[in-house]
Design a protein around this ligand. Structure first.
Ligand code: ACO
Length: 319
């Protein structure tokens, strides 16, 4: 039996930090409101010259270094992003070129905030079938570009960043199981309902969200997918060392851990200093906790995505 296993993690945050106080100077909001409703204190915002592939490149370099590998060792690149550099080619192809390699498979995957978990499950399946041996799985976003900075209801929630893992094929898990779901009938609660046509923007280029509906749905599906993936993996929830849900709102994270009966100490929280970085949030959080020595080899980690589509999913891995 072939399994895939995470053998290196890396991440990158653009240096510019925007605090709640900075936003309060421009919008009718306050640090107290943002912290109380979301747990967010600050977010990183990319420079205009930086695209998703640039953030991804730094995250991948760090993940490859941690794995003791080079880009030439990689035979598959999947980039999860909703903020690609171009309409085409894919950010994964642009990333491949920036990594200085050619020939390996490279494609983007679009599942919004569930993108990294969808990408991990996809890479794992391709590797279990023996098609690929070493993959870069990346979440990279510049959500700051699709926010209406005059809309206090959404502008305060998001940030930019990238996270990456190197997956290697081997005879031990690794990824035990993944579950993926979507409900397209919920498209209206979270979307950027626009496109480019004949040189003009058609629809809206900005993120639109019904916060309360998203909140309720997120808490329900995070609970369901955690139970489903634990059952599929044959691992009891109480044996999970770390829970890394998509970092959207600390209240969603805490509600999820509580419903699952997991102690707060096993819940990974980075939304306070990263804000919601969509597809980048889970690999960013994973890398931070690995580098801090909290997540250790042998630990069982549950990774969970939830976001626009509506999409959701989970993977249970042994590090
Ligand atoms: N500052 C101050 N006041 C604000 C702000 C702000 N930034 N934003 C909204 N308000 C006001 C509203 O206008 C409203 O005022 P009113 O009562 O006079 O009408 C009041 O605050 C309450 O607004 P609600 O939307 O009811 O506030 P709620 O408690 O639902 O919190 C929030 C809003 C934080 C967005 C919450 O619904 C939430 O977190 N939802 C989940 C959304 C999420 O995480 N989205 C991320 C993407 S989805 C994903 O990744 C899964």
């Amino acid at each position: 039996m072939i399994y895939s296993r995470i053998v290196g993690t890396g991440s990158y945050l653009p240096p510019r930090i925007v605090t709640n106080g900075d936003l309060a100077g421009k919008l009718e909001t306050s640090d107290a409101w943002i912290q109380e409703r979301t747990g967010i204190r600050q977010r990183h915002i990319a420079d205009e010259s930086q695209a998703s592939s640039d953030l991804a490149l730094e995250a991948c370099r760090r993940a490859l270094e941690a794995a003791g590998l080079t880009a030439a060792d990689i035979d598959l690149i999947i980039v999860a992003t909703s903020t690609p550099d171009y309409i085409f080619p894919s950010t994964a192809c642009l990333l491949q070129a920036k990594l200085g390699v050619k020939g390996c498979a490279a494609f983007d995957l679009q599942a919004v905030c569930s993108g990294f978990v969808y990408a991990l499950a996809t890479a794992d399946s391709l590797m279990k079938n023996g098609i690929y041996k070493r993959a870069l799985v990346v979440g990279a976003e510049v959500f700051s570009r699709i926010l209406d900075w005059n809309d206090r209801a959404t502008a305060v929630l998001f940030g930019d960043g990238a996270g990456a893992v190197v997956l290697a094929a081997g005879d031990k898990p690794g990824v035990h199981a993944s579950v993926l779901h979507a409900d397209g009938s919920q498209v209206g609660i979270l979307s950027v309902p626009g496109n480019v046509c004949g040189g003009k923007i058609v629809g809206s280029p900005f993120l639109q969200m019904h916060g309360k509906e998203v909140f309720k749905l997120a808490v329900r599906v995070l609970d369901e997918s955690a139970r489903e993936v634990a059952a599929a993996a044959g691992i009891r929830l109480e044996d999970v060392d770390w829970l890394i849900p998509h970092q959207a709102n600390v209240r969603i994270l805490e509600a999820t851990a509580k419903r699952l009966g997991l102690p707060r100490e096993r819940l990974v929280v980075t939304v306070d200093h990263h804000a919601n970085t969509s597809a980048a949030s889970v690999p960013l959080a994973l890398d931070e906790y690995v580098r801090a020595g909290k997540i250790k080899p042998g630990h069982k980690v549950m990774l969970q995505g939830v976001g626009g589509g509506f999409t959701w999913g989970a993977s249970l891995v042994t590090m």
